[in-house]
Design a binder for this molecule. Structure first.
Ligand SMILES: NC(=O)C1=CN([C@@H]2O[C@H](COP(=O)(O)OP(=O)(O)OC[C@H]3O[C@@H](n4cnc5c(N)ncnc54)[C@H](O)[C@@H]3O)[C@@H](O)[C@H]2O)C=CC1
Ligand SMILES: [Mg+2]
Length: 312
């Protein structure tokens, strides 16, 4: 019951963060603050395991109607308190409709950490020396499917409608948050109408400063998929063409991208020597965090090694 544990953890951190909870005062009719100790506006934080304080403004109903200057005073008092308590960082989660609190927070040293469609998160390092807070996510993950039919030796390829050069490539696209590498199965179906099953991971490309990733880094993974249907019904918005083509032709043609050409040669090698020579197969394992699982990809380990400790 991981969620029971999580709920308990949340309450205990909230209680432990009692010191991080402030009552600097209440707004008066004139917009000022009354003396500390009175009830009213307060910034209630949760302590994280590193000693940082996290404040979710959406949980602070007393902030409604507060102007930027009053919020700045409240936050300034809170920062002073957190410093005196030895907190190492402050995290401020601001709903988009309370974005007028961003400027006063920035004037006190807060910077953007990340933004989601309906909220932004700002941080302030309070510890010694330069900030040790990790940055936000830096990569996007694109997954493509090399759908290969062993009996006909044909592989499914598309030409992108939005590209300047029309090269053959494997159908694929960006992984949604929380989605597994078998994004490839979904993307292949959405782009081509062909149903398939995941077999293995074949290659990983990492590229930095990618224009398609808003200047961030791009991981592009190609999977080997087994076709479960063959009729093509391709997406007209994304693709110009979609065909089953001979694998040897794909390995030879100039009308393809270098990565597609390399993976075609990898598939040819697998076809001749056995796919176990090229496949990174997948196994689902329990994570150290209770209730969570992950998928691990590597070359097949012989049974005799699976339980081995490494000692002779
Ligand atoms: N070597 C290869 O064979 C290639 C590999 N890739 C990799 O494929 C992955 C991405 O796959 P895609 O098929 O491009 O993604 P995708 O299939 O998830 O979505 C692409 C579609 O999103 C829409 N779109 C994207 N950016 C847009 C924008 N700025 N404005 C409006 N619409 C927009 C367009 O409709 C586009 O057709 C990346 O990891 C990339 O590195 C991409 C091209 C070639
Ligand atoms: Mg695509």
């Amino acid at each position: 019951m991981w969620w029971v544990r999580r709920t308990r953890y949340w309450f205990s951190t909230l209680l432990y963060a009692g010191g991080a909870r402030l009552r600097p005062g209440r707004r008066t009719a004139s917009g000022g603050l009354e003396t500390p100790g009175s009830c009213g506006a307060e910034l209630q934080g949760e302590l994280d395991r590193f000693g940082g304080v996290s404040v979710h403004l959406s949980r602070h109903h007393t902030l409604h109607g507060l102007d930027a200057a009053a919020f700045r005073r409240l936050l300034q008092a809170a920062i002073q308190q957190w410093r005196s308590e030895g907190r190492i960082a402050a995290w401020l989660h601001i709903p988009i409709l309370q974005s007028h609190f961003i400027a006063p927070a920035a004037s006190l040293g807060f910077c953007f950490h990340h933004a989601k469609p309906h909220s932004s998160t700002l941080t302030l390092w309070l510890g010694e020396g330069p900030s040790r807070l990790p940055g936000y996510a830096t990569h996007q993950v694109g997954v493509a499917g090399a759908v290969f039919d062993v009996s006909t030796r044909k592989v499914l390829v598309v030409q992108d409608r939005n590209k300047l050069k029309n090269m053959w490539k494997f159908p694929g696209g960006l992984s949604e948050p929380g989605e597994d590498i078998d994004t490839a199965v979904r993307e292949v179906f959405e782009e081509t109408g062909v149903k398939s099953e995941f077999r293995s991971l074949l290659s990983i490309r990492q590229q930095h400063r990618s224009p398609g990733a808003f200047g961030m880094s791009d991981m592009y993974l190609v999977c080997r998929l087994q076709p479960r249907s063959f009729t093509i019904n391709f997406c007209q918005q994304e693709c110009l063409k979609c065909e089953w083509i001979d694998l040897e032709n794909l390995a030879r043609t100039k009308h393809t991208t270098p990565i597609t050409s390399r993976v075609a040669r990898l598939l040819l090698y697998g076809l001749r020597e056995g796919f176990d020579k090229i496949d990174l197969s997948m196994e689902e394992l329990p994570a150290v965090y209770t209730g969570l699982f992950y998928k691990l990809y590597h070359r097949e380990l012989p049974e005799s090694y699976k339980a081995a400790t490494g000692a002779d």
